[in-house]
Design a protein around this ligand. Sequence first.
Ligand code: URA
Ligand code: CA
Length: 442
Amino acid sequence: MRALDIIAKKRDGHCLTDQEIHYFIRAYQQEEIPDYQMSAWLMAVFLRGMNSEETSSLTLAMAGSGKTVDLSRVSGIKVDKHSTGGVADTTTLILAPLVAAAGVPVAKMSGRGLGFTGGTIDKLEAIPGFCATLTEHQFIANLLRHNIAVTGQSQDIAPADGKLYALRDVTSTIESIPLIASSIMSKKIAAGADKIVLDVKVGHGAFMKDLEHAIQLAEAMVRIGALVGRETMAVLTSMEQPLGQAVGNSLEIREAIDVLSGKGPEALRDVCLLLGAHMLVLGQKAADVAAGKAKLHELLQNGQALMKFTEFVSAQGGDAQIVHQPSRLPQAEFSRHIYSSRSGYVQHIYADQIGYSAMRLGAGREKKEDTIDLSAGIMLHCRVGDYVDQAQPIATLYGSQQEKLTSMVHDVAAAIAVAGEPIQPPALVLGIVDSNGYQPHK
Ligand code: URA
Ligand code: CA
């Protein structure tokens, strides 16, 4: 097989065979194919697309490019969840202990964030003492004992995807549905998931700006799951405004504790209950979504979800006292309230601008080498549709550098648009995609 022929075949719009795709990925990983040929191939895929079989072959080739985690010693159906990424999206921190408390084993490998805020691992590291780099032995031992373990994604999980992603990033080939779908699914499969629940975010604060593209991405991933024998479904949720109220690492841990205590922001809780219910259904711990939601709701109310979180934090060396004394988490030295220039109804909260501002305050990384200020971030005090009074703060900034806070006041105020007309808030859940295709939310 020759790299040149495979590039030409895709350039001319033909389908590649499973052997051709496996060869191409393996040869690239072994540096027999240089970056310039891979770049040409990626652009050909970007422009010509790939069918479901090709996308599944690419997924499996990348999943098989490194280590695959063997969770066979852990009994039960391992259901993983993945979010395509949003702002104030604390769902993983809540769902992991919540569904573990309901009996679904949670074996989670998470990334560090590059972007608006830290990833789940960065957030967990806001907890003093918390260890997010478990050996495989510790990972399995914790799972067997506590039904939950969360660790940073090791370098050996789908390394071909890491290499390809870095190249896509500099060749303008990120925004391709088959490339995104195979990238996400390869990591979930290598990490050992039996079944997968996806949270595909839709809106100006997300990768997928409109419902049509979000459905296409969800369908591509659901089809890969079916073809490779890992049942997958997707919930499509709105990222027209930040999901929760907290944007920032320590702040999001506090918010997760609130939700796990049966409190916290309603939208965040509702999305967690819906995603969690689908995880319970796939994990055969609930007969249907309604039963799953009812079970999870009870675990939030009766303290068992919070107890599982406490157990999980202790098991990974973290200070479990934070649950009752959140002031033990990194605290910002400075804070500053933001006010609207007028009273009225909140028309928009631009999630991307809020996320970007939080990053500028120190909550996220602009470059891979940047260090995160775990205490930094933004607390929002309103949602779209709320009436806000000019005299009441609509958001609060936190951070350890006063000048940064001052410099972000204007941007954060501008990200929250207020006007005189009442407005209907946007729908939170748009629908689901499973083997039956897309079904709008009722
Ligand atoms: N997230 C991923 O993991 N891969 C992509 O290609 C896009 C988003
Ligand atoms: Ca996130």
